[in-house]
Design a protein around this ligand. Structure first.
Ligand code: SF4
Length: 318
């Protein structure tokens, strides 16, 4: 099956100031390759600052890649002219993490959700706005449409953000930590809603999160990112029940144990902080924190290799 979105050797580098007179290169995303299929959710997990958000935004060309290629329905995006890029913008959307700052406080819900239709010159706007508000279960839509963001709960605001992303009938949505800033009960409802949309509309999601528990619930495959690189990728049950990369193992083991009878079982926790992305260690960037590191790890960078059963891992142990 042809992937809906395919990323090949994608890199995004930023210049950051080191001292008053010198700059350094920060490799936020460094040679990432992955695919997302129609109707699939690919979870992207990793600690804060590992490059997840930059990668997600780069797949929508909201951040310009430094190198690499992005294909959407087989068409290479970085070479598109403005008209075709505009058409792509209908197909690829984003839901941001913070439903408090991502909505314009001076616009009511109707105008927030209607705005993308105006930008893309689409008619029958009222009908589409009401239909989309119903779809995200903001009811009665006529009443909700008149409200301003400050009159809504965090969960309702995130539904408005989802409605704004859905109004153009996209095929691909980057959901960047969409439930991390809302209360636990709304969190489940939003994830249920997105799962339903994935099934009924065949939308593909890149679900960015640092929360392994929700990624297990919502994702079909999981990609684990560390310092700008994918270190493991595969079907969710395999990656979580039988993690291969030492970093994935540490992430999985750091998930809190819900069963109180197991709370005294000692779990190896992830030690130390990730290194500064501007000064990555040589060889495998995880080696200063890896309990299995050996000589080769300090001098040679492992590449992401296929190890069978749809699984990929970047580690010299495999
Ligand atoms: Fe650990 Fe070496 Fe594997 Fe890196 S390559 S994760 S340091 S064992």
């Amino acid at each position: 099956m042809e992937p809906l979105l395919k990323v090949e050797n994608l890199s995004v580098y930023f210049m950051s100031r080191r001292t008053l007179f010198s700059k350094q290169v920060v490799k936020a995303v460094d040679g990432v390759s992955l695919s997302i299929f129609q109707g699939e959710t690919l979870g992207l997990v990793g600690e804060s600052g590992c490059g997840k958000t930059t990668l997600g935004r780069a797949t929508l060309l909201l951040v310009r890649p430094t190198a690499g290629k992005i294909y959407f329905r087989g068409v290479e995006l970085t070479g598109l002219d403005d008209d075709n890029l505009r058409l792509f913008r209908r197909e690829g959307q984003i839901v941001f993490q913070d439903p408090y700052s991502s909505l314009n406080p001076f616009m009511d819900v109707y105008h927030i959700v209607e705005e993308p239709l105006i930008i893309h010159g689409i008619n029958d706007r009222r009908e589409r706005v009401m239909e989309t508000l119903e779809k995200v279960r903001l009811t009665p839509p006529e009443e909700i449409a008149l409200k301003y963001p400050h009159q809504l709960s965090g969960g309702q605001r995130q539904r408005v953000a989802l409605a704004r992303a859905l109004i153009l009938k996209p095929r691909y949505i980057v959901a960047d930590e969409p439930v991390s800033m809302i209360d636990a009960s709304s969190r489940v409802e939003i994830l249920e809603l997105m799962k339903g949309l994935q099934k009924s509309e065949g939308i593909s999601f890149l679900y960015i999160t640092h929360d392994i528990a929700t990624s297990r619930y919502f994702s079909d495959r999981l990609a684990v990112m560390y310092l700008g690189k994918i270190v493991e990728l595969g079907p969710v049950p395999d990656v979580l029940w039988e993690p291969l990369h030492p970093y994935t193992k540490a992430l999985v083991e750091s998930v809190p144990e819900p069963d109180p009878r197991n709370r005294f079982i000692e779990r190896p926790m992830l030690k130390g902080e990730p290194p500064n992305p501007a000064r990555k260690p040589p060889g495998c960037s995880f080696h200063p924190r890896c309990p299995y590191a050996f000589d080769r790890c300090r001098g040679e960078e492992p590449t992401l290799r296929y190890v069978g059963r749809g699984r990929y891992v970047a580690c010299h142990l495999y």
